[in-house]
Design a protein around this ligand. Sequence first.
Ligand code: BDR
Ligand code: CA
Length: 329
Amino acid sequence: MESGRPAAKGAAAKRPAVKTIVIDCDPGIDDALALALAHGSPGLEIAGVTTVSGNVSLARTTANALALREYLGFPEVPVVPGSARPLLRPPINAAGVHGDHGLGGVRLPEPALPPAPGHAVDFLIDTLASRPGEVTLVAIGPLTNVALAVRKEPRITEWARELVILGGSYTRGNVTPAAEFNMAADPEAAAVVFGAGWTVTMIGLDVSRSALATGPVLDRMRALGRLGTELLAPCAEFYGMVTATEGPAIHDTCAVAYLVDPSLIEVQPAVVEVETAGRLTSGMTVVDFELAGRAPNALVGTSLDVARFWDLTLSAYARVRPTARSLSG
Ligand code: BDR
Ligand code: CA
């Protein structure tokens, strides 16, 4: 045990109204839209952004996080690079849906500021240790950084106010019939995180598949001005075909929206285990709502209030003032 670490007990009683969050991410189109939502939400304070290999390489997710930080207007927030590959497996990516750069066809201005020194795993540990019971961790990429942090310092499970992830599914996957991308990319890490003794709030595809950026939603994005026309709408359009009633699911925003207003998403206690051995089912989240005497290790999202979700998300986007430097096209 390291000395000088605080105890978590009693800290919850003094929680401030504004939620302090660290976002572990792999931008990524929906990660970008989730970062914009977090920044535009007065109820959230972003204490740091950590990056992980996922949708695209670590170099690209970090470059995108740095560019988004400056474009969206939170240059004071540290961006800390993390794991370049999953715990055991070769990396997979989702460049097919996010584009080779990770933000579809959008090219943000080159960031002027560098990443923070150090590694995401240490940043996560130090940030959670510095304010026990106060900092919420929201993980919207593969769980490699979070798993390494929990292995290096198991007490983060006590120090985190809450862990909310975007990932998993109890119905069907999107990378395979069984597995959602963030789980499939690093199943061993996901298994470590779900088995660590804290309660994981799992916002999975069962919920996020209904967060569709339909034509009317895109119209509302464009009506916001530059943020909508330069970033939000082009990203969403790249992400999938848009009609009046269908469109791409903007998955990662759901996890951040839940932090702003938990009443948007119904959650139910469950035991969640992650399949790591299956030839066809690797990365599957096996969700048991029945419990049968077992203690739950997760709160699993089961439904989303779609209309209120978009109202909240678009109101937050309306508060974001992108920097004036023009995009390179
Ligand atoms: C998740 O996979 C990634 O491609 C997205 O960014 C999101 O985190 C959805 O399955
Ligand atoms: Ca993501």
